[in-house]
Design a protein around this ligand. Structure first.
Ligand code: MSP
Length: 504
């Protein structure tokens, strides 16, 4: 088995504080990264911020700040939110870092020297006061989306990347690598809507703004976003277009999983593979386009005033309630929905009722009937076979679903362990067993089995809700283990029962 696993999220624009929708991606990536680590993979998880471009230059100006000062602040905010969500990234990158800029410059020069980049003319719709080019689809009511004024047709000298030269190769590559783009609906969309109608060369420089990496041989141009932004996946690993690559690059490239939103899947499945092909580098293994989180079916936007921030939700509901919502309530391919009411509903029913109650009831009974210590007495264990077989099946399902990135389904199968355990309490009625001394050893067996089921569930839960898993381990009086060491225990000495989730 290939034991390394490189997972990267897209890098967020350092133009504004990220909302809950942008935050979803890093939480999804985190659950996958943690799961792989617990499986024994050597994981490298990269995320970070995309800090160049006109929009950021304009925002800094509006704020009376230098662009660098502005992105330092916003990037800090993004990192703070990723940390609040307990994202276990190995590296948080920033495209304004010198090491990145140097390599991007070399990449651009190499592509230019080998004839893949050429000078041409860019024409588009231009807003003079904002000094910005827009595409037809970006306009709002035919006007500049930033200031609302009229735009004019304008032209400027620019460099282009010969995408067309690689179009045929790309189509064949995608068709012959079934797992390259997922979900499948996204793959079909890329082929039918973009590749088949014909790919146009990509404009890769601008001279209408300054905040970017300069083209080293033509200083009035800056490298326009995608070559700069996409290259982050290799520059920070120590890719060197002109010589030896660093150890990290040799170890982790190609990326095993690019996790990106549906709006930028096109850049990752068309431009990124073509850039890599032109650089003669291996292709990433998989690009997964996740759906969007909508606010009660609406896009989140400042103008609609419906933006929700993850850190506000965390202060109110706790980090794992938010993680659970993102990981469990978001569909695999179609857009999901967020409302505070739905979050509260999922917190109350799945977390407080199913999981919180189970742990609380079990620990309370172990303390009440056995002063906190139970040994596996193995009394009437044939009665428990179906229970443990079921837990085993759930465990297998969790692994199968994670393998195909069905994170919500995996979490569902995991919670089946907790649901089944609650049912096991009802079936065995420990409080009835406790009335008769003769049933003491059976009662101890039942409670032991429950603790064991909760422990197995908590080991799996670490990937999705790490803080909660830790709190469960501490109540159970056990240490965390990875998935390869879930060996059976013989006894438990539990701690005090503690409420895991407050009902709202
Ligand atoms: N900077 C580019 C990516 C460059 S990658 C080389 C960018 N940044 S972004 O900040 O606009 O978006 C970051 C990620 O958040 C993207 O994957 C985007 O699809 C995702 N999302 C933005 N809004 C979202 C939702 N409402 N829901 C889920 N994901 C969302 O694009």
């Amino acid at each position: 088995m290939d034991k390394k696993f490189y997972i990267a999220t897209s890098i967020a624009y350092a133009s504004a504080k990220p909302h809950i929708g942008n935050t979803y991606e890093v939480v999804l990536a985190d659950a996958i990264a943690r799961f792989k680590r617990l499986q024994g993979y050597d994981v490298y998880f990269q995320t970070g911020t995309d800090e160049h471009g006109q929009k950021i230059e304009n925002k800094a100006k509006d704020n009376n700040q230098e662009p660098k000062e502005y992105v330092d602040f916003v990037s800090g905010e993004i990192k703070r939110i990723w940390d609040t969500m307990n994202a276990s990234y190995d590296k948080f990158v920033r495209t304004t870092d010198k090491c990145h800029k140097d390599v991007v410059t070399k990449i651009f020069n190499k592509l230019y020297e080998q004839g893949d980049i050429y000078k041409g003319e860019y024409s588009g719709l231009y807003c003079t006061p904002c000094e910005s080019f827009w595409t037809e689809s970006q306009l709002v009511d035919g006007k500049c989306p930033d200031c609302g004024r009229n735009v004019i047709e304008a032209k400027e000298e620019a460099y282009f990347f010969k995408i067309s030269k690689y179009a045929k190769w790309l189509e064949e590559y995608i068709e012959s690598h079934k797992e390259f783009i997922e979900p499948e609906s996204r793959k079909n969309e890329m082929i039918n809507n973009f590749i088949k109608p014909g790919l146009e060369d990509l404009c890769v420089s601008r001279s209408s703004f300054k905040w970017g990496i300069p083209v080293s041989f033509d200083k009035k141009h800056v490298i326009y976003v995608w070559i700069d932004a996409l290259s982050n996946y290799i520059t920070f690993l120590g890719y060197n277009p002109d010589g030896e690559n660093a150890e990290l690059f040799n170890k982790y490239w190609p990326c095993d999983l690019h996790l990106v939103g549906k709006d930028i899947i096109r850049f990752h499945t068309i431009y990124w593979p073509i850039i890599l092909k032109a650089l003669d580098l291996p292709m990433p293994k998989k690009i997964f386009g996740h759906p969007w989180m909508l606010m009660g079916n609406d896009k989140m936007s400042k103008s609609k005033g419906n933006i929700v921030y993850a850190d506000d939700l965390v202060s109110e509901f706790g980090v794992d309630a938010v993680r659970y919502y993102m990981l469990h309530e978001m569909p695999f391919a179609s857009d999901g929905n967020f409302t505070t009411d739905l979050l509260i509903e999922s917190l109350n029913s799945n977390l407080a009722n199913t999981l919180g109650n189970l742990v609380n009831r079990t620990i309370t009974m172990v303390n009440k009937y056995f002063n906190g210590t139970v040994i596996n007495r193995k009394v009437d264990i044939d009665k428990d076979k179906e229970f443990f077989d079921y837990i085993d099946t759930c465990k297998t399902t969790v692994f199968e679903k994670m393998e195909i990135l069905r994170v919500a389904d995996a979490l569902d199968a995991l919670f089946d362990i907790f649901r089944r355990s609650n049912k096991y309490i009802d079936e065995n009625e420990p409080w009835v067993l406790a009335k008769d001394e003769n049933n003491n050893e059976r009662l101890e067996t039942v409670l032991f089995n429950l603790l064991e089921a909760i422990r197995i569930g908590a080991v799996l839960l670490q990937a999705f809700m790490p803080e909660t898993a830790e709190r469960i381990f501490s109540q159970l009086g056990v240490v965390a283990t990875d998935f390869n060491n879930i060996e059976t225990k013989e006894s438990f000495t539990v701690g005090e029962s503690e409420v895991l989730f407050e009902r709202k």
